[in-house]
Design a binder for this molecule. Structure first.
Ligand SMILES: *Cc1c(COP(=O)(O)O)cnc(C)c1O
Length: 391
């Protein structure tokens, strides 16, 4: 192997193109500024700023229609939506979740004195491994939260079978899966309910926001009460509750961004294809693919650095950052290695070899509507030069 040269050395030698502006993961997708300002102006006219306003109601209807699901209950963010869904389902004791997910999946349980029990993933799909879920069931288990990681459906049928066999509730963290499908059916229709996130970095955003989608009338009604302090009418509180309401200005952003989702998908898809082309043939590098037979939002470009790669994942990230390509590790080092779980369950990692393996090898690359195939091509040639230089 040649002596180590830094990315800067390579750049000085003219081997690398330099990016003047940093390239980010999760740069917000934003629709028409004019349309948004018009909506805000309407909000000023109405003086209806929050509390289930007309824009929130319209957004709920559209999101429900888009996913072919009966109810959409909009909330202030995805985490509060998770917390409310978990509580409305009556989960307690232990709930099985993946560790390879955003920390909010685990926190939403711990926040309510429920124990998140981490089950391992399938190293190929990055989603929960049903066999691992079975191994984690105890007499205290009340539910399973599957995560549709990267927008690719969790093993819904197997998880439902396990839940039915053991009398467990099943819900999904669908924060990545807006507009996606699983076996031809839209996300939103699986388990008791599914939780969407509309955070700024997600495929579809309302600045901050989220929702629970469900076909269960009673569950939807309970969650509507819970997000508004349990109020039913002006002076009547009939349910425990919190403040999980979405504000009008957030819904306005959502209505604007909804108009663009097809074009955002097209851009994401082109970028993903360009990455796939540009990275193929680089030793040890592979790209997570999407099943084109399903609806996908192609929001995440997930590269895996395998054992045949001559440099480490962390070296690649460092080198890319030196080039202003702000690629990211994702869900590293796994929820079980973050507090408070690391201290509470110091041995959890022993049962999570695939989680550890994947978390140590993943690089999420910049994408979104501010990128195009030409920029992607420059990024992949940087990666190619960096790695081939070390062969
Ligand atoms: C973003 C995200 C959340 C949290 O959503 P917020 O809207 O940011 O609160 C939960 N789970 C997963 C998998 C996420 O990616």
């Amino acid at each position: 192997m040649k002596p180590l040269r830094t990315a800067q050395d390579l750049a000085i030698n003219g081997a690398l193109p330099a990016f003047e502006q940093p390239l980010h993961v999760g740069r917000p997708n934003m629709g028409s500024r004019e349309a948004f300002i018009k909506h805000v102006s309407d909000i000023f006219e109405r003086r209806w700023l929050s509390n289930n306003g007309p824009m929130v109601q319209e957004l709920e209807q559209r999101v429900a229609d888009l996913h072919g699901v009966k109810h959409c209950v909009a909330m202030c963010n995805g985490t509060v939506a998770l917390e409310i869904a978990i509580r409305a389902l009556g989960l307690e004791g232990e709930v099985i979740v993946p560790s390879y997910t955003f920390i909010a999946t685990a926190h939403a349980l711990h926040w309510q004195a429920i124990t998140p029990v981490f089950a391992d993933i399938d190293p190929h799909t990055h989603n929960l491994d049903p066999a691992a879920v079975r191994r984690m069931i105890t007499p205290r288990t009340t539910g399973i939260i599957g995560v549709h990681l990267w927008g690719r459906g969790a093993p819904v049928d197997e998880l439902q079978m396990i839940a039915d066999e053991h009398g467990l509730k099943l819900m999904f963290d669908a924060a990545h899966a807006f507009g996606c499908s699983y076996k031809g059916k839209m996300i939103g229709n699986f388990g008791s309910c599914e939780v969407l996130s509309f955070h700024a970095t997600k495929f579809f955003n309302t600045f901050e926001g989220g929702a629970v989608v469900t076909n269960d009338d009673a569950l939807a009604e309970a969650m509507r009460l819970m997000r508004n302090f349990g109020f039913s009418g002006f002076d009547r509180v009939i349910h425990p509750g919190t403040n999980g309401k979405m504000i009008e200005v957030a819904a306005a952003m959502g209505l604007v961004n909804l108009k663009d989702i097809e074009s955002v998908i097209a851009v994401n898809r082109h970028n993903h294809e360009a990455y796939h082309k540009g990275l193929s043939g680089i030793p040890g590098i592979s790209l997570l693919t999407y099943d084109d037979a399903e609806h996908n939002n192609y929001q995440y470009v997930v590269m895996e650095v395998g054992d045949k790669c001559p440099v480490s994942r962390d070296w690649i990230i460092e080198a890319l950052h030196a080039e202003n390509i702000l690629a990211r590790k994702y869900f590293w080092p796994g929820c079980h290695n973050m507090q408070p779980y690391r201290e509470l369950y110091p041995h959890a990692g022993l049962l999570l070899p695939n989680t550890q393996h994947v978390a140590d090898r993943i690089v999420v690359l910049p994408t979104g509507t501010t990128m195009d195939t030409e920029i992607v091509h420059s990024v992949t040639s940087v990666i190619s030069v960096l790695i081939n230089d070390r062969l």
